[in-house]
Write a protein that binds this ligand. Sequence first.
Ligand code: PLP
Ligand code: COI
Length: 339
Amino acid sequence: MNAIDWSNLSFGYMKTDYNVRSYYKDGKWSTPTETGSEYIDIHMAATCLHYGQEAFEGLKAFKGKDGKIRIFRMRDNALRMISSSQGTLMAELPVEIFEEAVVKAVKLNERFVPPYGSGASLYIRPLLIGMGAQVGVKPANEYLFVVFVTPVGPYFKEGFKPTPVAILRGYDRAAPLGTGTIKIGGNYAASLVAGDKAHKMGYSAVLYLDAREKKYLDECGPANFFGIKDNTYITPQSSSILPSITNKSLMQLAEDMGLKVERRPVPEEELATFEEAGQVGTAAVISPILRVDDIDENKSYVISKDGNAGPVSTKLYNKLRGIQLGDEPDTHGWVTVLD
Ligand code: PLP
Ligand code: COI
C-alpha cells in the first residue's frame, strides 16, 4: 500500500481491507462476518433498487494520543438505524449486531485509522438494504447489513473556516410528515439537484426551509443547523429534520458550558440576530456559516463579520473533538474505547 497522506485526506472513498456483513433470512440475522470484496451480488428485483428500501448511518472512530481507538456514540447510530427501518418497513437490526459489526470493521481495518494529530478520522458507513425480489410495492423478506470504513478528512474543503450557504425556495428535501427524520437514501436523492445548484453558485450547502410554510429554518443538506446569540445555543425543531447525534451532543456540551439551549421553530428572519451559526454533523463536525443568502428573495444575512469561526463555535468544536480523541474526559459515556 502506498503511504497515506493523512493530513491531506478529503471526504471520499478509499478502499480498505475488509467490510463486515450480516444477512437477514427466515426471520434471523446471521453472525457478522468479514469479506474483502467491495461488491454486493444483488437480485435485479431487490426492493432497495426499485422501492428505496435502504437506510444508512455515519459515525467515526479516532486514534487518541494513547494510541487507543475510540468510536463515538455507536449505540445512538444503531438506534437511529432501527428508526429508519421502522419508517421503511425493513427488518430491524438488533443494537448488539450493529455494534459487533462496527467494532469488527474498525478492528480489521486498524491500519486505516488516521494517527492522532492528523486531523483525519475513520468514517464508518453502516448500510441496510432490502435484498428480496418483489415487483409489487411491498417490503422485502431478506435484508443485508454491511459496514465499511474509509479514512476521511473534512467534509467541506474549507474545514473550520466559515462558508456561505444558500436558501433555494424552489426545492424541498423532505415533507413535513415524510421521511426527513430518518436516514434513507431517498432524502439524499431529493437533495441532489438543489445541492448541485448551490455548489455551482459557490455555496457549501443548501439551508432548507420548512416545506409547509417556507417560514422556518429546517436543516442543511448533509447537516443540522444551529445559531448562537445572547449566550444561547438555538437549533430548529421540525418534523422533517434528521435528529443529528452531533447536534444532540453539542446541545449537552453547550449546557455543560453554561449556555442556554433552545430547540424550537426558528424563523428565517432570526438569522439577522445570530452572532454565530454552523452546520453540524458527523461528516461536517461543526462547519461555521459565513453568510446565508436567500436567493429568490434577494436577501443576505451576514453571520461571521470577520470571516472567522466565532468563540462559542470554537469552544464547542474543541470540546467535542477533545472527547472524541480522548483528550477530554468522557463524562457522558459517549465513547467506546477498543481494546
Ligand atoms: N442532517 C442530515 C440530513 C444528515 O445527513 C446528517 C448526517 O448524518 C446530519 C443531519 C447529522 O447527523 P449526525 O450528527 O448524526 O451525523
Ligand atoms: C454524516 O455526517 O455521517 C452524513 O451522513 C452526511 C453525508 C455524508 C450524507
